[in-house]
Design a protein around this ligand. Sequence first.
Ligand SMILES: C[S@@+](CC[C@H](N)C(=O)[O-])C[C@H]1O[C@@H](n2cnc3c(N)ncnc32)[C@H](O)[C@@H]1O
Length: 196
Amino acid sequence: MSDSNIVEMSNMWDQRYSTQDWPTDPNDSLVELVKDLKPAKALDLGCGTGRHCIYLAKLGWTVTGVDSSKVGLEIAQNNSKKLNLTIETIHSDLLTFVPKASFYDLVILSYIHFKQENLKKIIGIALDSLKENGLIYAVMHHKSDLGKTGPPDPELLFETKDFEIFPDLKIKTLSEVRRDFEDGTFNTDVLLIAEK
Ligand SMILES: C[S@@+](CC[C@H](N)C(=O)[O-])C[C@H]1O[C@@H](n2cnc3c(N)ncnc32)[C@H](O)[C@@H]1O
């Protein structure tokens, strides 16, 4: 969830990460994407407790995770150290974050929900940070998941068309992906894979 006052947002996520366990497995779609890629440099914007940073570091990637939750970043660092992995973490508001330019091969945006204007900024930051032909991997909760998962504000939920408005993205995949659970319920994600 995102897109409110940054102090409230960080406090909310600090509180959540202090009191609830957060998944440590990576998204299946990220696993699928990187399985044929040579380990390189990745930037995870809104990395939370670092599940994707850690997964990529295990595969030999050099990874930087950025988040405004200090508690999330502490968990990410502790979990990576337990596995003898090194990841870089940066405490920052994504909306003012200035990444190394043309440096990364892959940028991850996993369930970070911004309204259109701020999403535009984040996509701009991601594109600036990517090398030519670098990839953006984004996965977001779909609008149909309102009340099931993700932010409780419909304006912060996604449809595929929300990613069609960026002329600088060469879209490789843009789809709805259903995630089924053992109890018969399911969630729907919007998945974007695009090239700079
Ligand atoms: C739903 S969690 C997703 C975490 C992680 N990407 C994952 O998939 O496990 C959303 C994350 O975005 C971070 N976040 C939200 N707004 C942010 C902002 N403006 N700047 C930095 N981080 C932000 C939160 O602190 C939280 O860790």
